[in-house]
Write a protein that binds this ligand. Structure first.
Ligand code: OXD
Ligand code: MN
Length: 590
């Protein structure tokens, strides 16, 4: 066992005063014991085994139901290294203001030592973390989401490495006024107090695999991205890997697990990952990606056999549901699931519920935690130690207007501009107002551990280091007509967009694509909409680049990027000017 981990555990225990310390080995016996203890203590409800074998419901504190971005900080020595889009706190202030909240915080509780690997156990690019937590719910989730327990200590020993990311988590008193999620990029350390919610408390996920890992990637020449990874196979036998960055709750999980409506013809989609990608330049000059996680922490509402049959299969067993509704039979229910609400439902807070109340029965950010191996469409390559080679990257957002269903960038550099300037309407995955358009570069706004201006520079550098960088696309399934209805049917039909992307990558689309000022967009004939019942008006709208909308869009992009000042790479300023020129040229020619 690593002596440095033991020393650190002792040190933290001297501050937090747990009643006992338990080192987690990740075994079946251990999780069975933890689950029974939580059921006995009332923090887990055992679901009906005939509906969901080996599955549980957890209800979180009603004030602790989503990531709290306003309480999430980057604690670099210099504020400029956190950049204008992150909250910053100095390490000294963290020590004075936040560390005292850990003092005695684990009295009467057990401190669990959770060693874990982000990434396949044998992959060179995987990394080890150790989380100390006083929440057995967190331990149970970490066991699904990461390779947890002895396997992580074994990896350190085998590789002779003492390189692991420490994370300290305490539920504290769960009060939002004493809640802080802190990241120290210089020491690669995480402190989280006052929340038991997934993204705040499962420190391997957003805190390590994105915020801290983005800093490691900058320093070591790789990237940590908020991206799904999917495998697309064609009837011709080619296989392509596509990564996609989408803000939280914008259908990323659904796309990663898409069930192809043309499976019988040989169009297959398989999942490599659904939330995070770690990306390296391969010896062949392509970008290779691994999924650092081993489970899915997905949004339940809206998930059904129609929107995501593979997710429904994944949650069938071995699943922890958080903040969904409970039926009298001990089954789960949420808005958008396949069946109407049964009577006698208890809502996510355990209160009697009926539709007449007008409130949602499941919390809009209710989640399921399921092992990736439950996914019937898991790619055979999902744990490859080299990862998978990326042919395309998609940037997606939720935009009612302006952004066409799909457009391809003119170059890697233009693709970086597309990612840096993307925006989306906010969702329930974070606390705050829902439905406002905010810029969310590469869907990393809440997750980048350093100055995003420098992060754009790192993206440009990665492209320069890769002889064959992936093609870059922007997608938007959420465009609406004048009456507010979605124009695109979505769900499985997104395969049609993936097919256009593939054809572009293979250079097979001469008549199916046209250049516009904002990028290369399908022609009305280029996108296969056979059998979709889509009017030509709707199709044209989905593919349209409206000059008026784009003039204000480009202005907003410019002001957003301006805030990075000297940290904004010149290349992106040039891309912005080039976009304005192209839009101006179109206006002049009219
Ligand atoms: C998530 C998120 O939980 O992005 O994946 O909020
Ligand atoms: Mn996410």
């Amino acid at each position: 066992m690593s002596a440095s981990i033991e020393r650190w555990v002792d040190e933290v225990a001297r501050t937090t005063h747990p009643d006992q310390i338990v080192w987690c080995d990740g075994s079946d016996a251990e999780i069975e014991r933890l689950n029974s203890e939580m059921v006995a203590g009332g923090t887990l409800i055992h679901l009906n085994g005939s509906k969901h074998p080996n599955s549980y419901l957890h209800r979180s504190d009603p004030q602790d139901v989503a990531r709290t971005e306003q309480l999430t900080f980057i604690c670099s020595e210099r504020p400029e290294d956190a950049g204008p889009t992150n909250n910053w706190m100095s390490p000294r202030e963290a020590q004075e203001r936040v560390w005292p909240l850990f003092s005695g915080a684990m009295k009467g509780r057990t401190m669990y030592v959770v060693p874990y690997i982000m990434g396949p156990a044998t992959a060179l690019s995987s990394r080890v973390g150790v989380e100390l937590t006083d929440s057995p719910y967190v331990v149970a989730n970490m066991r699904t989401m990461t390779r947890m327990g002895q396997v992580a200590l074994d990896r350190l020993e085998r590789t002779g490495s003492d390189d692991w990311v420490p994370g300290i988590h305490s539920m504290g008193d769960l009060s939002p006024v004493r809640r802080f999620i802190l990241h120290f990029p210089e020491t690669r350390t995480i402190w989280s107090v006052g929340s038991g919610y997934g993204g705040n408390a499962l420190l391997g996920k957003k805190c390590f695999a994105l915020r801290i890992a983005s800093v490691m990637g900058r320093d070591q020449g790789w990237m940590a991205e908020h991206m799904l990874i999917l495998e697309l196979s064609s009837p011709e036998g080619d296989v392509m890997y596509i990564a996609g960055a989408f803000p939280s709750a914008c259908g990323k999980t659904n796309l990663a697990m898409l069930r192809s409506p043309l499976e019988h013809e040989g169009w297959r989609v398989r999942t490599v990952g659904e939330d995070i990608a770690w990306i390296h330049v391969g010896a062949d000059g392509r970008l290779w990606a691994i999924n650092p996680e081993s489970g899915y922490f997905g949004v339940a509402p809206g998930t059904s056999s129609k929107t995501n049959p593979n997710a429904m299969a994944s949650v069938r067993q071995d699943t922890i549901f958080t903040n969904v509704a409970l039926t009298p039979e001990g089954d789960v229910w949420w808005e958008g699931i396949d069946t109407p609400p049964p009577s006698g439902l208890l809502d996510w807070q355990g209160r009697a519920w009926s539709p007449s109340l007008g409130t949602p029965a499941a919390h809009p950010n209710a989640r399921f935690t399921s092992p990736a191996t439950n996914n019937p469409a898991l790619s055979a390559q999902w744990e490859d130690s080299e990862g998978v080679p990326l042919s395309a990257i998609l940037f997606g957002g939720r935009r009612a207007r302006t952004i066409p269903i799909v457009s391809q960038s003119f170059s890697w550099q233009h693709g970086v501009y597309m990612g840096a300037s993307m925006a989306s309407e906010t969702t329930a995955a974070a606390t705050g107002q829902v439905g406002v358009v905010r810029r969310d570069p590469m869907a990393m706004l809440p997750f980048c551990g350093y100055n995003m201006g420098d992060y754009f520079g790192h993206w440009l550098e990665m492209g320069a280091n890769a002889a064959i960088p992936p093609a870059v696309f922007q997608v938007n399934w959420f465009r609406r007509d004048a009456d507010g209805r979605f124009l695109w049917p979505g769900f499985g039909e997104n395969l049609r967009v993936l097919r256009w992307v593939r054809d572009q990558v293979l250079g097979r689309n001469p008549a199916g694509a046209r250049e516009t000022p904002i990028g290369i967009v399908p022609t009305a004939q280029g996108l296969d909409v056979d059998g979709l019942n889509l009017s030509s008006v709707a199709l044209n709208e989905l593919l349209s680049v409206d000059r008026g909308d784009w003039a204000s869009e480009a202005d907003e992009q410019g002001s957003f990027l301006d805030q990075f000042g000297d940290h904004l790479p010149d290349e992106l300023r040039r891309e912005h000017r080039a976009l304005l020129d192209r839009l101006g040229a179109v206006a002049a020619s009219r």
